[in-house]
Design a binder for this molecule. Sequence first.
Ligand code: N2P
Length: 620
Amino acid sequence: MTADPPARSFRPKRSRPLPPPAAWVSAAVYVFLYAPLLVLVAFSFNRARLAARWEGFTLAWYAVALRDQHVLAALRNSVLVALATTVLATAAGTAAALAFHRHRFRAQGAWDALVVIPLVLPEIVLAASLVLLFGGLGLRLGFATVVLAHVAFSVSYAIVVVRARLAGFDRTLEEAAMDLGASPWRTLRHVTLPLIAPGILAAALLVFALSIDDYVVTSFVAGVGATTLPLHIYSMVHSGLSPEINAVSTLLLAATVLLLFAAWRLEQGRRAREAAVPVALGLTLLGLPFLLAPGAMAQGDRQLNLYIWSNYIAPETVRRFEQRVHARVNVDFYDSNEALLAKMQSGRVDYDVVCPSNYMVQILVAQGLLRPLDWSVLPHGSNLDPRFLARSFDPGNRYSVPYFWGTTGIAYRKSKVGTVDSWGALWDPRFRGRILMLDDAREVFGAALKWKGLSLNATDPAQLAAAQRLLVAQRPLVRAYNSASFEDVLLSGDVWLAQGWNGQFARAMAQDADIAYAIPREGSSLFIDNLAIPRDAPHPDLAHAFVDFVMEPEIAAEICRTMQYSSPNRAAVPLLPRAIRDNPAIFPPEEVVARTEAIEDLGPATVLYDRLWTEVKTSR
Ligand code: N2P
C-alpha cells in the first residue's frame, strides 16, 4: 500500500514562505494579471456613462444588459454553441483518449505530437484554414460552422485532460470485469466510464469555457445570425464603449471562473458532488438569456443583416428601423474596404446591405458581387444631392446610393503641436510616438503621395517606392496604425496628431476644444461611402426598405447628427442643427473640396500597394 497516489508525491510536504524578493515579484505578476479584470468588474457598477471616473454604485448597467435583446440573443447563441461543442468535443476527446490509452500505435510519438499541436497553434492560422476548408466544402457560414470550428480547437484539450485521468487508471479492473463475463461495452459503461468520469467532466467544463469566450476563430467562421457574445461585445466596443459592456463581460467572466473552478476541483480528484455548486451557479448565469428572452431566437425570421463601417450608424437609428418594419437588424462592423471585400469574396455570407466606398463599389460591381437596385421602391432617392450621384464608380447609380461622404485629414491637439496645415506634420520628429496613422494602405500611401505633390492614385512604381521610403522613415514616429478608434486615442491624449476621417474627429472636437481638424494644403482624399445590396442578399426586400429608410430626410439628418459624417442628402441638411451644418470639419467649403481627390480602383497595381504596405508595417 502506498500512502500517496503517484501524482501527489511531487508535492512538498509543508508549504514554505517565499523569500521576500520572490514574493514581491509574484505579487506584481498577480496584480498585472488581475488588475484590469478588477477594474472592469468595479466599473460595471459605476453610475457614470463614460467609464473613466467613479460616480457611485449602481446595478443599472446589469438591468440594461439583461434587457438588451441583442445581448441576450448573442449570449444565447454563445451558450448553444458552447453546449453543442462540449458534447461533441468531449465525446470525441474521450474516445480518442481511450484509444491512446489502450493501444500503442506505430509512431506513437508522432500521434501524441499531432494531438497537442492544436493547443499551441496560433488561433489565427486555425481560423484562416477553417474558412478555406468550409469554403472548399461549400458550407455556408453559420451556427454549424462555428460549432465545427470550436470542436476543432477544443478537442485536443479534452484528449489531454481525459488522458491525464487515464494515466492513473488501473487496467486490471477492466480485465477483472471481462474475466467475470462482462462484454466490452458493459465494461466500458459500468467500470471504465464511472472511474474516469471526473476527468471527462473536467474536460467538458474546460471545453465549455474555451468555446463560450472564443473570439478569433469565431469571427472568421460566424457568418450572419450566429453572432456570439464575444463578437457582439466587440461590435459594441465599435459603436462606443458603454458600461453595459462591463456588465456583460463581468457576467461572462463570473460564469467562466465558476466553471473553471469546478473543472479544477474535479481534476484534483474531488467527487462530482463537490463541483456541483459552482457548475450550477455558472450555468444559471449562462441560462439567463433563455429565461429572460424566451422569444429572442424565434423572431429571427424577418431580419436584415447590415455590414457597415464602424461609427456609421447609431443604435437608435437601427432600432427605429426595427420598429418600423417589425424585423430584427443584425449589424456587423468593419474598418476597411478591404475587410469588406474579403468578406464578400468568401462568398458565403448573408449580408443584405453593405457600405463600400467609391472605389470599392467599382471593384464589387466588376466582380459581380452586387445586385442591381430596384429604384422603383426607392422613392426617397429624390432627396439625394446630385453632386454625389452618377459618379464614375457607378455611373447610373445602378448598384449604389450615397450614404455619407467625407474627407481624410489630420486632427491634432493645438496645445501640443500649434497649427497644422501640411501632411509634413506627420513626419515631424518632434512628435515621435505621438502620431497615429490609419491602418489602411490606400489612405496611408495617399498621405505620403499627396505630401510630395503626387496623385493618391499613383501607379508608377518609382513614385510608390518613394512613398514607401517616406512611410518606412515615418514608422518610428508612429504610435499606432488604427482605423477604428483613432479619435479616442487623440481624446485620451496618447496621441497628438492623427490621420483619420472627418466624422469621428468632428465628434471628438465637440468633446474637447483643444482638438482641431485640418485638411492639408497639399490636398487630401474625399470619400463617398454608399449603400449597396450584395448579389446573394437573402432579404432583398427588407434591404431596399432599409436603403429607402435612410434616405428619408429626418432619418438622414439623425444619422448625420449622431455620426457627424457629411450627409449627401439635400433634404436632410436644413434639418440639421447649425453647429453641424456650419461646421467646416463636417461640411467643408467648396474651395477645400476642390483640392481633394477620390481614391480610385487601380486594378493590378493594387497588389503592389498591398505588398509595399505590408513591408512598411513589418519594417523596424
Ligand atoms: C467610419 C470610417 C469612415 C469611412 N468609421 C471612410 N471611408
